[in-house]
Design a protein around this ligand. Structure first.
Ligand code: HEM
Length: 497
């Protein structure tokens, strides 16, 4: 038997060796990674976040070091890309290395990543991405179909708004419902007669809302995932179960009704299952569709909320785009996609809001799939990489006076069309292989909703003293703080709903 004092010496030597080894290791890792603020022991750079918005702090750090930077969450490094060149180098030129993702532990606990098009990597991700792409493309190609789906939902939104004219209203809730209805309709709604009216949809929507408000980066279980299995998250676990069974029922319904013609994304899966039942695992399909809803609802709804906030703060642009629409769309009550190229200022105003207020200011996390050399730094396999969209949208090398709201920056000298090179400097939908799969759908939705809303209504802040508040809230996406507006119908409007 080893005497006690020898055991103590042995254990403490082992601990010392381990600690020294850990310090040396992390120092040598740090030496090879992009620069960072000096990290605190155990906490890393987390203390610098106190009282600062993460994307603003990370933009400042990027400016300080003038290139990619590292931010330490505890001892875990995250490489932050702050310029368009860095983003292009990583996500386009080195796409083979920078296109994986790592699911956050809380989300993995709640949903697993099996079947997830957002969080999976490799062959399974490619398979889902191909399927979804194929479904969306078939619907997009029949443009009429997609546009009419969106316009139908817009008319429902207007009916809701008309009930509250002149009264303080928060539009976010209506935008969430509208965006969810569009995504549902495109991805699995076509075989569900009057799907949106069903009670099931309302229940489904409240489950999505509960999940998205309780599973955020700031939830207690984000820091300690086992909490997810306790009573604190019982309602979320129930909501997830409901979601699974609802989507499972929908899949069965699609299988029974399928006659060979693809009408929504779920039909692509049903078709695939009929051709080769081994290729698709039925039990993970709900996850794919849950991702589409999650990724397509909050993003669109919050972009529209920021639009309303900026337009209330800049009423002169409401007048200018209203006049443009009146001039160019003539007596057409509804602005449609055929009008898009004739409305440069309306498009530019929407782009300017997306530049000023990206709803995913730090992108959606990526991860390196192998060790790599990036701009002279050694980045190990498995390192988290974030795209600081906010920094790129406020980069003085790309935008003059980026803090100002100036839609005209997107227009050519004659002010009659959008400059494609300026539009391409926006990274709201990410870039490279994992660029947002719903980009085209979202662009159609945003244009139609934004233009029709401001053609039909004049919108102003509900209370005196309300002003533009650029500081938002980090949830699933970055949203403005709740605010109320008053809508009035424009005199010339003659649309009958
Ligand atoms: C304003 C609306 C939207 C914004 C700002 C937005 C933004 C983004 C961003 C920044 C990413 C990450 C891209 C990257 O890593 O480079 C993303 C991915 C994704 N988006 Fe969107 N999105 C929007 C609407 C939609 C819609 C309507 C859908 C679905 C129909 C959708 C489905 C997805 C999916 C499935 C992914 C994951 C793609 C992958 O990892 O391969 N998004 N989106």
């Amino acid at each position: 038997m080893i005497p006690l004092d020898l055991t103590v010496v042995f254990v403490s030597t082992l601990c010392t060796v381990f600690i020294v080894w850990h310090i040396v290791q992390s120092r040598s890792l740090r030496r090879n990674l992009p620069p960072s603020l000096r990290p605190w022991p155990l906490l890393g750079n987390i203390p610098s976040l106190v009282g600062k918005e993460p994307h603003i702090l990370m933009t400042e750090i990027g400016l300080k070091f003038g290139g990619p930077v590292t931010f330490y969450f505890g001892s875990a490094p995250v490489v932050i890309l702050t310029t368009l060149e860095e983003a292009t180098e990583a996500f386009v030129k080195q796409a083979g290395v920078f296109s994986d993702r790592k699911i956050p532990p809380l989300l993995e606990k709640a949903f697993s990543n099996k079947g997830s098009v957002v969080w999976e990597s490799g062959p399974s991700w490619r398979f889902h991405r191909r399927n979804i792409h194929s479904g969306l493309r078939q619907i997009e190609l029949s443009d009429e179909n997609l546009v009419s789906k969106v316009i139908l939902e817009i008319t429902k939104l207007f009916l809701e708004i008309d009930k509250n004219l002149g009264r303080p209203t928060n539009l976010l809730e209506s935008f969430v419902t509208l965006s969810a209805r569009v995504v549902c309709s495109v991805t699995f709604g076509s075989r569900f007669s009057s799907f949106a009216e069903k009670d099931a949809f309302a229940e489904f929507l409240s489950s999505v809302k509960l999940i998205s408000t309780k599973l955020t980066v700031f939830s207690a279980a984000t820091f300690f995932p086992p909490l997810y299995n306790t009573f604190i998250y019982e309602d979320v676990r129930e909501a997830v179960d409901k979601m699974k069974s609802f989507l499972g029922d929908l899949l069965r319904h699609h299988r029974n009704m399928f006659e060979g013609k693809i009408r929504d994304v779920m039909d692509v899966y049903v078709d695939g299952m009929r051709k080769d039942s081994n290729k698709i695992q039925e039990e993970s399909i709900w996850r794919t569709f849950f991702d589409l809803l999650g990724a397509g609802t909050d993003t669109t709804a919050n972009t529209l909320s920021w639009c309303v906030m900026y337009m209330c703060a800049h009423p002169q642009y409401q007048e200018m785009i209203y006049n443009e629409m009146n001039d160019k769309c003539g007596n057409d009550d509804i602005v449609s996609m055929i009008h898009q190229t004739q409305l440069p200022l309306t498009n530019a105003t929407l782009l300017e809001v997306m530049r000023c207020a990206p709803v995913t200011p730090l992108g959606v996390p990526r991860m390196t799939s192998s060790d790599t050399i990036f701009l002279g730094y050694k980045i190990p396999k498995g390192t988290d990489v974030w795209l600081n969209e906010y920094a790129i949208h406020h980069d003085r090398k790309l935008w003059q006076q980026p803090e100002e709201f100036r839609p005209e920056r997107f227009l050519n000298a004659q002010k009659d069309s959008i400059l494609p090179e300026k539009k391409n400097q926006l990274v709201s939908f990410g870039i490279g292989r994992r660029i947002c799969i719903g980009k085209k759908l979202a662009e159609i939705e945003l244009f139609l909703i934004f233009s029709n809303l401001f053609k039909r209504y004049n919108v102003r802040f509900a209370f005196p003293g309300q002003t533009l508040d650029k500081v938002g809230i980090f949830g699933l996406t970055y949203s403005p703080k709740p605010f109320q507006v008053v809508l009035e119908k424009r005199q010339k409007d003659s649309l009958r709903l």
